[in-house]
Design a protein around this ligand. Sequence first.
Ligand SMILES: [Zn+2]
Length: 346
Amino acid sequence: MCEGKAASHDEGMLIEFSMVLTRSADAVHNARMRSPSHWRSLALLLFLLVPLPVLAWNAAGHRLVASIAWDRLDEHSRSTISQLLRQHPDYARWIRRAGDDDPRRVAFIEASTWPDNIRKDNRFYNAGVEEATPTLPGFPDMERRRNWHYVNRPLEKTPRDHAVSGLLDQQLVALARTLASPGSTDGERSYALPWLIHLAGDAHQPLHTSIRLDADGKWDRFGDGMTVINPFNSFKSRQASSTLHAFWDDLPGPPWLRGDRLRSASQALAALYPPPPPSAPGQWIDESWQIARNDAYPPGTEHVPVLTAEFFAKAKAIAERRVAAAGYRLADLLREVFAGGKRPGP
Ligand SMILES: [Zn+2]
């Protein structure tokens, strides 16, 4: 089984991070007495601690979506998907932990987190701020495409208009079209597939579709501008405070969820939540926006709200229902895309 290995790896990263926190606290404590080089070290540590926007369900959320979808795919779609994913440059990395599990299933599930993983991958670059990196075979370029993960529709009309940016809605349609088109190359389709798997999940995360003006009149960056205290953390027992966005990202489960535990969790969600009626990606985003407006923010005007048991339970149920819906809908979309479509070349 690979589960223990995966857990210990990720838990190791958490321990390492908490050591950085401890070291930085010590550095802050001692800094007044130190030399300029220590100041530089302190500045680096503080830079590492600045929270960066997360902008995705965590890995558990995306893997659960993919696991639910895979269990509902027909053999023709599975076979086409597997041939495309085998041509992706990161296929070997995805199946490294497969163990006795079906490598086709594992590759599909791991591909769901690839668009988030490339944020930290130095083969890729951020357009406008970094030099372009060498393009891998079959890829259009190595841009990280951070604006594909969201579409920021304001939650209320205000005198201060905010231009809508983010391409989540457009890319869901464009990627499905690339996968279905007989004119697309296998390289284009193996690039598009992990993105489509991932973005189906993002479209169901309420805070990927909205922004709100906060009490100070600033746009809240998808809930990243609000810190909340969550006394009900199930796997972050030492880190009860987070942004509201990260709170929602983490609701589906711990990011190291894989293997048999992932399969059991996805089957439990599918048993609990029936498939939603058929719908197009535009509706997934509209639903997320409605949830963001009605249920994603804690009530009250506290600057750093402490979440109540009632808010936590409702948010958790919403997140699980959205993850299940994303899984069902991803399966439907992929069936449609691959039904009678072009099969990959040899
Ligand atoms: Zn994302």
